[in-house]
Ligand binder design. Structure first.
Ligand code: FAD
Ligand code: EPU
Length: 395
């Protein structure tokens, strides 16, 4: 009798142990499968990581918390093997990205001075607008025209941010970057940065291999107001604080707040043409705003071209040309999709080309499954962006 009870008890224990083994096995298999799925399928939303706020996913989002962390990316290419993001205000994810988004988190700033200049250092992840406010609070004047530009200090040299008569390159003395080809920190002086209109070496030969870690500014103590743009010119003897306030007011009246309506600022660059083309266009279209860049070249206001082509307010589902500033495309209910954006970009470029014979190029950087998309297709060829529009199954 006792032996029978003992046998039954043993059998129950053995069965329970077997069941536990099976549960462990199944849990492990599920864990491996989910790990495999996560490593292949992008499931992490990047919507809140770029100001255009299109719905798109990436496989992973990680941060760089120290210079040492940059070492993880040695030998890999930004824009392809991973995508470095500041605040995503100049980037648009038109599709899911099958890779890793990497966000530097490098903070710190300081001011030193001599008799003539302030010498300001700022780490890459400092917020640009907060940086401008901090300079004003410390009575360091010069960058106030660049108030309210979204993004980070680290991204400011990349496209040489500019607004209301000033470009940041006028104040940058050098830029530090982590070189992904050799794992060293390098410093480029302003001349080597090769700054141009919305351009620098960081959009050219160093595009894939530099993680900018610090920007240094030399700001003369002798301050002169730059107050030529619009209502800035109406202020008598403006102070830097007054310019700051007016710039914020102008921007808030023209540009959509990315917190409320997804956008990436000017979607296109203002085209630069040679003198002969500028003269021909000025004769043919007398109202066209043309700004002299140098003796041989002029810049055309692309917003005017888009506006005059009748595209202001043009909408494709949730993506639209902004009513107050035609150079800005918006994600109206933050519910838009990459395909509609691409369709609108195509329509804007084609319509402007048909009316004025001018090819627009994008200012923003667009990303798809494999990384950055090359948008500069020659006329008659298909751009990588158009391939996105025609792809099956993309939202
Ligand atoms: P992101 O968009 O995150 O990145 C831009 C590019 O730089 C990406 O290719 C990224 O890989 C690279 N990058 C970012 N950080 C680093 C780093 N540390 N090292 C190496 N590469 C890096 N721009 C102007 O010039 N003038 C304006 O007046 C202006 N107005 C705007 C208004 C609005 C409403 C918006 C949304 C944008 C505006 N912009 C303007 C564009 C934008 O603010 C700037 O281009 C800004 O500098 C982008 O900063 P970010 O940190 O968001 O860069
Ligand atoms: N215009 C129109 N219709 C429009 C928009 C503009 O006719 O819908 C005309 C304006 O009347 C003006 C001219 O075009 O005569 C230029 O417009 P605006 O002064 O608004 O400047 P922008 O050339 O459109 C550029 C920068 C902005 C920067 C402003 C202010 C580029 C690509 N854009 O815009 O930068 O803030 O000047 O300096 O250079 C950005 O880069 O994201 C950005 C917002």
């Amino acid at each position: 009798m006792l032996a029978g009870v003992e046998h039954a008890f043993r059998t129950v224990i053995v069965n329970l142990l077997c069941l536990q083994c099976v549960i462990f096995l199944v849990t492990d298999i599920l864990r491996i499968i989910s790990h495999l799925i996560l490593s292949v399928i992008p499931v992490i939303s990047v919507q809140s990581f770029h100001t255009f706020q299109l719905q798109a996913n990436a496989k992973r989002i990680s941060s760089i918390d120290s210079i040492e962390d940059c070492r993880r990316y040695i030998g890999r290419k930004n824009g392809k093997d991973f995508i470095l993001l500041g605040e995503g205000s100049n980037c648009v994810f038109v599709e899911d990205y099958y890779g890793e988004i990497v966000i530097p988190k490098l903070f710190g700033k300081s001011i030193e001075e001599d008799n003539s200049n302030f010498f300001v250092d700022a780490s890459a992840s400092e917020n640009w607008h907060e940086f401008v406010i901090w300079l004003l609070a410390n009575k360091v004047y010069g960058l106030e025209n660049l108030a309210l530009i979204p993004g980070t200090v680290g991204a400011s040299p990349i496209q040489n941010i500019g607004a209301y008569g000033i470009e940041v390159c006028q104040f940058i003395s050098s830029v530090d970057y982590f070189d992904l080809t050799c794992g060293e920190i390098k410093t480029l002086d302003a001349q080597a940065c090769n700054f141009g209109y919305r351009d620098s070496v960081f959009k050219g030969e160093l595009k894939a291999t530099a993680i900018i870690t610090k920007v240094r500014f030399t700001i003369p103590k002798q301050w002169t107001a730059v107050a030529t743009y619009g209502s800035l010119a109406d202020i008598d003897n403006p102070t830097a604080e007054q310019i700051f306030t007016e710039v914020v007011k102008i921007r808030q009246s023209k540009l959509p707040d990315p917190e409320l309506t997804g956008n990436a600022g000017s979607f296109f660059k203002n085209p630069i043409v040679d003198k002969q083309t500028a003269d021909t266009l000025a004769n043919k279209f007398p109202g066209m705003p043309l700004y002299k860049v140098n003796d041989g070249e002029s810049k055309i206001a692309a917003g005017w071209l888009i506006d005059q082509a009748g595209l202001k307010g043009k909408t494709i589902n949730d993506i639209a040309v902004h009513q107050n500033q035609a150079l800005v495309l918006i994600n109206t209910n933050n519910n838009g999709c990459g395909k509609d954006l691409v369709a609108l970009v195509d329509e804007v470029c084609n319509t402007v080309f048909a009316k004025f014979g001018i090819e627009l190029s994008t200012e923003v950087r667009c990303f798809g499954h494999e990384g950055e998309l090359n948008l500069l297709a020659k006329k008659g060829e298909e751009s990588e962006l158009t391939a996105v529009k025609n792809a099956k199954g993309t939202r």
